[in-house]
Design a protein around this ligand. Sequence first.
Ligand code: SAM
Length: 218
Amino acid sequence: MAYKYIDNYREQGARKKLVEELKKKGIDDENVLKAIGKVPRHFFFDETFWNQAYRDIAFPIGEGQTISQPYTVAYQTQLLHIQKEDKVLEIGTGSGYQCCILVELGAKVFTIERQEKLFYHTKQVLPDMGYKARFLLGDGSKGNIRHAPYDKIIVTAGAPTVPDELLKQLNIGGILVIPVGGQETQKMVTVLKVGEHDYEKTILDTFRFVPLVGDKAW
Ligand code: SAM
């Protein structure tokens, strides 16, 4: 682990408080809460902003993008029902925080980002923090056929519709979690693939994501 990734008592304490806050807000999956309690979210912030790292808010990471709010990360992760060794495609790597939560849960993560600067940055810093994943550069609105099929797919940007390509790249029994709606707000949608062409779709709460930009998106 590189020298600048230091997890002090102050940050560990703040992280515990964040976990308690998420419990109060309705996150009840113990494994997800444990993962949130483990991943040092301040590693994704400049030291000047460490006092913001354990607030339950999204925060700018450059390139007009954000590190998602911890509640949103926990909410989406909970819906994925991650099992150890699950092969997961994350669309929208961003800071890499969500990716680390998935890795903590034992998933084998393929994560795709369309913005080169974010891609190269995250691909470099995550291994320094001790997190291994496969980093892909490109338009994730089409999924990533090369490594398909996946047990789970999570989209961390707001889509206008559920792209068919993502459904095709799921294993039977697999789950897709994707925010769908307008460019301002979206509903969280889960799709369970019950057969080769059969899906069970559930529409959940309202969120506010940056747009999914690409061929099968905005
Ligand atoms: N998961 C991230 C994290 O933990 O920090 C948060 C992601 S941020 C809310 C959304 C990300 O999706 C941005 O980095 C954006 O560049 C990326 N994105 C948008 N459209 C995309 C696409 N078609 N393919 C891949 N990434 C995309």
